[in-house]
Design a protein around this ligand. Structure first.
Ligand code: G3P
Length: 215
């Protein structure tokens, strides 16, 4: 399973990218606002750090405006993926951008039917929001599994990008469900490395090494 980082903080992206384990980046208007930086400037900088799909989201909600915005975003760099909300007006945009060879990510997906429509439109990625479904008492990861099943049934090429990841369990659950990608905040990426028995074992190895005769 590929791992994308879900952030617009370039320092976090640099740290995570240094591990060689980050395959792409997702941003959204909230994350850009949180960074406090100019949208285009921050996205451009991200393209210099990570060589993989970088999602940049449109803020228009009408077809023509979204198409214009999407084309402009795609011009920033060849790795830009145009992120569009899962609304009816986005579907012709997904179809057109795909025809123009521009990658798309349909976001704010909360049902299998929404994923089906995005895949039919030819989206490169579809982003089910796992954590936000959990927040309202549903099982977000079940949605990921159901979309995997649906896409396999029909051989859709659209990749499933599990988003709104809230804790490390979500990562292995997304992998078990067969998600192509999971996008996660930096704090959760860091936690994936940790296990107390690793720390304990390493401390013991280093302690024991002290008694090994040195030449
Ligand atoms: O980037 C979209 C998604 O990952 C947002 O997550 O935590 O705001 O629900 P969250």
């Amino acid at each position: 399973m590929k791992l994308f980082l879900d952030t617009a903080e370039v320092e976090e992206i640099k740290l995570a990218a240094a591990t060689g384990l980050i395959d792409g980046i997702t941003t959204n208007p909230s994350l850009i606002a949180k960074s406090g930086r100019n949208f285009e400037e921050v996205v451009k900088e991200i393209t210099t750090i990570v060589d993989g799909p970088i999602s940049a989201e449109v803020i228009s909600t009408e077809t023509d405006a979204m198409l214009k915005e999407g084309r402009a975003l795609a011009k920033i760099h060849e790795n830009i993926t145009v992120k569009l909300p899962m609304i009816e007006a986005s579907m012709p945009v997904v179809k057109q951008l795909t025809a123009e060879g521009i990658k798309t990510n349909v976001t704010l997906v909360f049902s299998v039917n929404q994923a089906l429509l995005a895949a039919k439109a030819g989206a490169t990625f579809v982003s089910p929001f796992v954590g936000r479904l959990d927040d309202i008492g549903e099982n977000g990861m079940n949605l990921v599994g159901d979309i995997v099943h649906l896409f396999n049934n029909y051989g859709f090429k659209t990749q499933i990008l599990a988003a709104s990841i809230r804790h490390p369990h979500h990562i292995y659950q997304a992998a078990e469900a067969g998600s192509h990608i999971a996008t996660l905040p930096y704090g959760i990426f860091e936690k994936l490395f940790n296990h107390p028995l690793t720390d304990k074992g390493l401390a013991q190895f280093l302690e024991d090494w002290k008694s090994v005769p040195k030449t």
